[in-house]
Design a protein around this ligand. Structure first.
Ligand code: NAD
Length: 314
């Protein structure tokens, strides 16, 4: 039986990845300190399927509590929303630096493949669109988002060096905005914000003039790409964008949310936060070629599933 170790497996994307690994017949060890996730996201799995290990992965790993071998290490642990990484700024820098080093060292010791979820934030406020992996980015190294952007860039650099000098079979995925069930409604990201506000009859909050663009990828599509990146051979050292190339302005996205909710769009306008990127759109040519992957779930379908999840709490 294949064995996976998943850091951050109690979080939003991580728990869906764990579901997929269990469905594929893998045994999974999850390390998570639940700083932004919850074991509740894995409550439907037995302890035979998924071993839960409460742990801060920035600290040295408790190897005696982990399996003696693993096939793949998936390193997802990191706060991901601006609200969380501002609250946990130093912790974010540590998990993407020391946490990544511990995860890479464990992968080397086990002879395991390594998959890390980096982010489109590595491109900062990009000056070209769509963004291909070859673009180096436009990042403020000391701004309020740098604890996330720059620590992810460090995580990428460290991973690339383990491939070059230590011959680790590692793959770097740059995830663009992903959404779906198990997001937290208070985490400040635009999808849960809008869905929660629409469900409560509140105006949708738009920062700036709403002309900034984003692209939204449903979580099952994103997990399919992460799975493929782990099982396809010959990808050591590859950096691959994973996201939906359908670019929308935030204003258009608000209209789509209101339409799925069946309510007229009302908006509360607020000033744009500092360093907010003006555009985000992945060039997914590499994912198409290397992973034979592209997103399948439409925004309307994905939003309906997300509404169903949030309706449980209303
Ligand atoms: N969701 C997105 O749109 C998106 C976009 C780009 C990149 N990503 C990346 O994907 C990964 C997962 O994001 P998510 O949206 O599921 O976020 P999330 O906050 O739901 O999940 C992150 C998980 O990591 C855990 N964690 C954080 N610090 C930890 C530490 N020091 N030790 C152990 N566990 C720790 C949290 O408790 C949580 O369970 C992150 O690496 C994030 O940077 C996500």
């Amino acid at each position: 039986m294949e064995i996976a170790v998943v850091t951050g497996g109690a979080g939003f994307v991580g728990s869906h990845l764990v579901d997929r690994l269990v469905a594929e017949g893998w045994r999974v060890w999850v390390l998570d300190n639940c700083s932004t996730g919850s074991w509740q996201n894995l409550a439907h799995h037995s302890s035979e399927e998924v071993v839960r290990l409460p742990w801060d992965v920035s600290e040295p790993w408790p190897l005696e509590q982990l399996p003696s071998r693993a096939d793949v290490v998936f390193h997802l642990a990191s706060p991901a929303s601006p609200v969380h990484y501002r609250r946990l700024a130093v912790e974010t820098l540590m998990v993407n630096s020391m946490g990544t080093k511990h995860a890479l060292d464990a992968s080397l010791a086990w002879g395991a493949r390594f998959v890390i979820t980096s982010t489109s934030e590595a491109y900062g406020d990009p000056q070209i669109t769509p963004q291909p992996e070859s673009y180096w980015g436009h990042v403020n190294p000391v701004g309020p988002r740098s604890c996330y952007d720059e620590s992810k860039r460090f995580a990428e650099a460290l991973t690339a060096e383990y491939v070059r000098s230590r011959k680790l079979d590692a793959r770097i995925l740059r995830l663009f905005n992903c959404y779906g069930p198990r997001m937290q409604h208070e985490d400040g990201r635009v999808v849960p914000n809008f869905v929660w506000q629409a469900l409560h009859g509140q105006p949708l909050t738009i920062y700036g003039d709403g002309q900034q663009t984003r692209s939204f990828c449903y979580v099952s599509d994103e997990v399919e790409a992460i799975w493929r990146a782990a099982v396809v051979d010959g990808l050591a050292g590859e950096v691959i964008n994973v996201g939906n190339p359908e670019e929308r302005t935030i204003r258009q996205f608000a209209e789509a949310v209101a339409a799925v909710a069946g309510v007229p769009l009302t908006v509360e306008w607020r000033p744009l936060p500092p360093d907010d990127p003006t555009n985000r759109c992945p060039d997914i040519s590499k994912a198409r070629t290397l992973l034979q992957w592209e997103p399948k779930v439409s925004l309307t379908e994905g939003l309906k599933e997300t509404f169903k999840y949030f309706q449980r709490d209303v």
